[in-house]
Design a protein around this ligand. Structure first.
Ligand code: HEC
Length: 229
């Protein structure tokens, strides 16, 4: 009798131990991504997400229509939601997970710079909100505001740094530092390229022109001396 009780007890204990050792797969996400734009409002695909994909992923040799690495084309809403994305579930979306990997598994791959913490959180939030094709939203552009820190630098971060940062920036133009931006501000190339003036390469490359308000902010900032303000 004693022996049976002993056997039963050890069986129960063993099962309990085995279960205790099972852990959840390590999640690449820090629980809920922090709110962005101070807001509870929905992430806007058109103005907040698409430009990040276009400038960081839909590049030649990576995920533009011609290159389609691993079958991913990340240049439009229809293509972005096609593969590796589960609406409502960022943690099980490949497109999101790879942003947090290390080494050559990380996207964007070196020598491209990784996305910023804010950009990753924004993509996570957008997927968790259902990965909807929200358009004509989230653009709180005020053309009377044109400070480098508050307006110009965030704009360049969303639309330009995917190509113009890292160790081999496109056109050898690095827009991730004030010095780099100042350089193209004073030689006229910044305004020339974003306003699609003849004689300059139209920027952002392979994407829609910036809004008139955004272009006005850049133009006014340059005209006022391109200050580091
Ligand atoms: C998808 C990649 C990509 C993105 C996104 C991009 N650029 Fe470029 N950019 C390039 C490449 C490649 C060149 C060099 C070849 C050329 O001039 O077309 C370049 C050149 C430039 C030049 C020099 C143009 C000239 O005529 O001398 C400026 C200025 C510039 N980019 C600014 C920007 C700004 C500002 C943004 C964001 C609003 C931006 N770029 C977004 C790829 C990109």
């Amino acid at each position: 009798m004693k022996k049976i009780v002993y056997l039963l007890t050890s069986a129960v204990l063993t099962i309990a131990l085995i279960n205790a050792c099972k852990h959840e797969p390590i999640s690449p996400v820090t629980t809920t991504p922090p709110p962005v734009n101070g807001g509870t409002s929905e992430v806007c695909f058109q103005s907040q997400i698409l430009p990040i994909f276009q400038s960081n992923c839909a590049k030649s040799g990576c995920h533009d229509a011609a290159s389609h690495e691993e079958g991913y084309v990340l240049d439009s809403y229809a293509n972005i939601i096609k593969k590796g994305l589960r609406p409502g579930d960022a943690n099980n979306s490949k497109i999101y997970e790879v942003l947090f990997k290390n080494g050559s598994d990380r996207m964007p791959q070196a020598p491209n710079a990784p996305l910023t913490t804010e950009q990753k959180a924004l993509i996570g939030r957008w997927i968790n909100e259902g990965a909807k094709n929200t358009i004509n939203c989230g653009t709180s552009c005020d053309s009377t505001q044109f400070k480098y820190g508050a307006n110009i630098s965030p704009l360049l971060s969303t639309y330009c740094l995917g190509c113009h940062s890292g160790s081999t920036p496109s056109g050898n133009i690095n827009l991730s530092t004030y010095a780099g931006v100042y350089n193209v501000a004073i030689n006229g190339r910044l305004v020339g390229s974003v306003s699609h003036t003849a004689g300059y390469s139209a920027m952002p490359q392979n994407a829609s022109k910036l809004s008139e308000c955004q272009i006005a902010q850049i133009r006014k900032w340059v005209t006022a001396g391109a200050l580091n303000n």
